[in-house]
Design a protein around this ligand. Structure first.
Ligand code: FES
Length: 133
């Protein structure tokens, strides 16, 4: 059932009324409940490290838990890279961590856009084939 789970939430009710969902994380089988995100199901099972930092290898985990920071990226069913805090757990989902995930840009970090305006300008330049510098 998970070591960190609230068993009778004052708003959501008792967890035993929820459908149990079995999934794997790095090959190990765990159990969550309908309505769990990947992050909440893993946290309830005592799993905090979801991946490692691309450059340093430092462990990364849930940070914002509202879909903004992308620190919780995991791989699902060997294909999709998703935010664990935003993705509902599903039966037989195969979740993997620990892989070096692709960086959001193919340039060194010091060349990454610092504002959304810079990000949009970069995207527009790429669509124009780099002619709109
Ligand atoms: S914890 Fe920030 S996006 Fe998931």
């Amino acid at each position: 059932m998970g070591i960190n789970r609230i068993l009778n939430h004052p708003v959501l009710g008792p967890v035993e009324n929820k459908k149990r969902i079995t999934f794997t994380f790095d090959g190990q089988t765990f159990e969550g409940f309908e309505g769990d995100t990947i992050a909440s199901a893993l946290l309830a099972n005592g799993i905090r490290t979801l991946r490692v930092h691309e450059e340093t290898g430092a462990p990364r985990a849930i940070y914002c838990n509202i879909g903004h920071c992308f620190e919780c990226r995991v791989t699902v069913n060997e294909a999709d890279i998703v935010r664990a805090c935003m993705t509902p757990i599903q039966e037989s989902m195969a979740i993997e961590s620990g892989k070096v995930q692709p960086a959001p840009f193919n340039t060194p970090p010091e060349e990454w856009p610092r504002t959304y305006t810079e990000y949009e300008e970069r995207n527009n330049n790429q669509k124009d084939g780099g002619t709109n510098a």
